[in-house]
Write a protein that binds this ligand. Structure first.
Ligand SMILES: [Zn+2]
Length: 135
């Protein structure tokens, strides 16, 4: 969808008053984004709402990928959400506790999931890794 719009043109938009997808006239543009439209049916001016996104498609964002590698990533997200404190730069000489957030210069953000003697499991966005530490 790379059409160029200009103010004054017609566009299909979701009308916040009629609660329907209707013909609208573009009132204002911001670069290539439609900002304001006038409803041809009720005459009200409102923000442009892409009919494809309205009314209540609760942004089921078409995620790429198909569930297989979701688990690691969602675990990772959940782990980060639960974890408290700031991310610390990963250092194999450091001591970690479960739930610590680690910033690794290659793997990115990780969460400490399990502790072992002198190493720990850290969950990174792509997968869990056994990392050296000084526990
Ligand atoms: Zn309307």
């Amino acid at each position: 969808m790379l059409e160029k719009y200009v103010a004054g043109e017609n566009v299909a938009s979701y009308c916040t008053k009629c609660k329907l997808n209707l013909d609208h006239t573009i009132v204002a543009m911001d670069g290539e984004t439609i900002v304001k439209v006038t409803c041809k049916t009720c005459g009200s001016k409102h923000k442009f709402k892409d009919p494809a996104e309205a009314p209540k498609s609760r942004s089921p964002r078409a995620k790429s990928g198909n569930g297989t590698k979701m688990s690691a990533e969602s675990l990772w997200e959940a782990g980060l959400a639960e974890a408290k404190g700031k991310a610390r730069t990963y250092d194999m000489a450091a001591k970690y506790r479960i739930g610590d957030i680690v910033m690794h210069d290659r793997f990115g953000k990780g969460v400490v999931r399990k502790l072992y003697m002198n190493k720990c499991d850290m969950l990174f966005k792509d997968k869990e890794r056994l990392m050296a530490s000084s526990n």
